[in-house]
Design a protein around this ligand. Structure first.
Ligand code: ZN
Length: 491
């Protein structure tokens, strides 16, 4: 049923619980499932009940005997509440068992999973990840996120996952244990988790709780039908409430599973379309803890930038201040740190407010400026440097305006936030590197953003012994003419 109805190609089950049934069958026969089967080792039971009655080498032999496809060694989970000393023990013991497991394995067809522990202690997570990635495992799994997720400590989850990611080879698949709420799926995939597992869909159903990608609801609280999935469409809300308990759990579990599957499909689609960031951003409104996670992602921008393609087939969208953390924007700002203007050096710099949508060099205002300029002083048009100032990307030199995504972005007409002072800092550092400018002209729009930019800019420019003229303009030909004659005079 799972295979056909749910379009499910891989399932995860528990080897420890299975070993207690003393069945002699192989796992694919026991579960009657033709897809890939992963067996977890019982470490979760160890975390919850404190003890499991099986040894690390017994669980290896058992998983080999039942011919599972993906197997996990019996690690020692750190959990979310361990003291540093206890957490350190779980890391050391898991590594010891991981090491020992290499010589205990007999079958080569199984993909072995190496668990990473350390919980909320980044140095331990880093050590655990670094050391285990030197051992022969096909997949690395990040342990102990469940309590962080249950308590909505998504910022700590970001630290856990990304610390682990930074310390394992980038080409290795990463599994996240116990991630089962669709709310968090886009975020964990964006952080580089390739696989995750959870019994949440069933556990929530047991308590009459309904999963959606926007959050969790209690069946009792719902007055109207909430879903059009094939399972839910068979019942009205009151029929669903009146189902006998066993049937109701089954119906809700099916719904929960479908919602999880749908979210996975949505994520796959977003990845193919190059829009995963947008999906992550669109989920922020579902829970404040996701906003904390997004804020924390900021400190890992270099990691995201490194993993992002240089170009994508679609424009990037700017829909909220969070859009500004997109790796592409960070990449441009980083590029600008090493940028130097073309040779030979010119001594006049023109700063021009960037239009809302790229490419900046063909925007209406700039084209008007260019045409006016060519009328007044055609011979001097190439004699100065032009840099666009964008509220989104910061400084964008004229010759870079075609690079992705400087010309491929969609930006609202409204200012997203107050002036970002980092643009002023960026300009200051650019001018410090380029002391050849004798005169700086600025030509900005009239909105509050540009007024405020101009004010800050003037203050900053006082530190430089230069002539500068910053004007706000309506881009009418009269005001352009005045400015152009002043520029031409300086050249
Ligand atoms: Zn449904």
């Amino acid at each position: 049923m799972m295979f056909q109805d749910f379009d499910c190609q891989i399932i995860v089950t528990n080897a420890y619980l299975l070993s207690k049934t003393e069945s002699e069958e192989k796992i694919h026969d026991i579960l009657d499932f033709p897809g890939t089967i992963m067996t977890d080792s019982g470490a979760y039971q160890l975390l919850i009940y404190g003890d499991v009655k099986i040894t690390p080498d017994q669980i290896i032999r058992f998983q080999e005997r039942i011919e599972t496809d993906i197997a996990v060694i019996l690690d020692v989970p750190t959990g979310g509440k361990a003291t540093y000393r206890d957490a350190e023990f779980t890391v050391e013991e898991t590594l010891r068992r991981a090491n020992a497991s290499i010589s205990q394995r007999r079958k080569s067809k199984i993909l072995w999973v190496g668990p990473i522990q350390g919980g909320t202690y980044p140095d331990l997570v880093a050590r655990s990840a670094r050391t285990i990635s030197e051992l022969d495992f096909s997949i690395y799994a990040i342990g102990s996120p469940t309590q962080l997720m249950e308590q909505y400590q998504f910022d700590k989850l970001v630290d856990l996952v990304l610390t682990a990611k930074m310390n394992i080879p980038v080409h290795k698949p990463v599994h996240l244990f116990g991630a089962g709420h669709p709310l968090i799926f886009p975020l964990i995939v964006a952080m580089g988790c390739d696989m995750f597992d959870s019994a949440a869909y069933a556990l929530f159903a047991k308590h009459d709780r309904i999963l959606t990608s926007e959050g969790t609801f209690r069946l009792a609280e719902l007055k109207d039908e909430f879903c059009t999935c094939p399972t839910c469409s068979q019942y009205t809300i009151s029929e669903m409430k009146q189902l006998e308990k066993k049937k109701r759990i089954q119906v809700l579990a099916e719904h929960n599973l479908r919602i999880c599957q749908n979210e996975i499909k949505r994520i796959k689609h977003a990845i193919r379309e190059g829009r995963l960031w947008r999906l992550v951003e669109s989920r922020l409104s579902s829970h404040p803890a996701l906003v904390d996670a997004m804020q924390r992602l900021q400190s890992y921008q270099p990691l995201f930038e490194e993993a992002s393609p240089i170009t994508k087939k679609r424009a990037i969208y700017i829909t909220s201040p969070w859009s500004l953390y997109q790796p592409e924007i960070y990449r441009h700002k980083k590029r600008m740190e090493d940028y130097s203007p073309p040779e030979p050096k010119r001594n006049v710099l023109l700063l021009f407010s960037a239009s809302r949508n790229g490419p900046y060099h063909s925007a209406k205002e700039y084209t008007r400026f260019k045409n006016e300029y060519k009328k007044i002083s055609p011979e001097s048009f190439q004699s100065f440097d032009t840099i666009f100032v964008s509220p989104i990307f910061g400084l964008v030199p004229l010759e870079l305006t075609n690079y992705y995504p400087l010309a491929q972005n969609v930006v609202p007409q409204t200012d997203l936030a107050n002036l970002d002072y980092s643009i002023i800092a960026q300009l200051k550092s650019y001018l410090t590197e380029n002391l050849q400018y004798i005169q700086i002209f600025g030509l900005f729009g009239q909105s509050a953003f540009w007024q405020s930019f101009k004010r800050r800019c003037k203050q900053m420019l006082k530190q430089f012994q230069k002539k500068f003229m910053l004007s706000t303009t309506d881009f009418s030909s009269k005001s352009l003419k005045t400015l152009i004659s002043k520029i031409a005079l300086e050249l």
